[in-house]
Design a protein. Structure first.
Length: 268
């Protein structure tokens, strides 16, 4: 029996400890990141409190309509990627929406609404940790809204798109985009929470209209019900949300002053 190679094992222990320390350091929030985490918590609490309050929920209505737009945009863009012809996107005042398309692959387009909008939300949450990243994210978000405007067939959808593009342009200009970071962060949190709530609404409260999960179950469910598919999409969406926070913590360690200096060289 050959003697044990204790030197190799010792190197392994040292390497493992180094990886552990790097991971811990990467995910340990800086003072500025602690503020962002508190803001995410405040945003989450405020959204949940205002969500169904009789009068106060009006404050959230434009943001809910925006997240509906991102949901429908996700259907549409995946439809385009699977060779569908997008006929229209419509948002209605009751915070619902519909994307009409011909062709495409339903296996991809049906879950794209929930998973796509939650992924967009997670990316916005991640970028909300940094001013420069928020500026880049706002350009991407603006492009999504412009495409939604292209496919829009009613005035509410058009108004929501124009309104939020205008808000982002104003915040980009204001104080070198310092406020844009918190706006992008809020939209990200809102999109993630709206997606999670909408899936629960479909699973628990059973809306009168047919949900994406029920349509998917009819086409591809076999032995899995719409509740099972919805629960799976819920878990994936939750993972996206948490991943957005963790990646933001690991990727953006700069303090506020450094972020402002970086952002000044990008745009206004």
């Amino acid at each position: 029996m050959p003697p044990a190679d204790y030197t190799t094992y010792a190197h392994y222990l040292v390497a493992r400890q180094a990886v552990y320390e790097r991971t811990t350091n990467a995910l340990t929030p800086t003072p500025d990141q602690k503020i962002i985490l508190i803001i995410i918590g405040v945003y989450t609490a405020a959204i949940l409190i205002l969500w169904n309050m009789p009068i106060a929920k009006i404050i959230l209505s434009p943001f809910k309509l925006l997240t509906v737009g991102l949901h429908e945009f996700s259907h549409a863009i995946v439809g385009c990627l699977t060779c569908a012809k997008i006929e229209s996107i419509e948002i209605d005042p009751d915070e619902g929406g519909v994307t009409r398309m011909r062709g495409g692959i339903a296996m991809c387009t049906l879950p794209a609404g929930y998973l796509g909008s939650s992924l967009i939300g997670a990316v916005l949450v991640m970028c909300g940790f940094n001013i420069l990243a928020s500026k880049i994210a706002s350009i991407i978000l603006g492009a999504c809204l412009l495409l939604t405007l292209w496919w829009a067939k009613n005035w509410l959808t058009r108004c929501i798109g124009v309104l939020f593009i205008g808000v982002m342009v104003f915040l980009w200009w204001l104080a070198h985009g310092a406020g844009l970071k918190y706006f992008v962060l809020f939209i990200g949190v809102m999109s993630c929470l709206y997606c999670l709530w909408d899936i629960l609404d479909d699973l628990v409260f059973r809306k009168a209209y047919e949900s994406d999960a029920s349509k998917f179950a009819k086409l591809y469910g076999s032995c899995m019900s719409s509740r099972v598919w919805g629960a799976l999409w819920f878990m994936i969406s939750l993972v996206f949300f948490l991943a957005g926070i963790l990646i933001g913590l690991a990727a953006f360690k700069e303090d506020q002053a450094t972020q402002q200096q970086q952002a000044q060289g990008f745009g206004w």
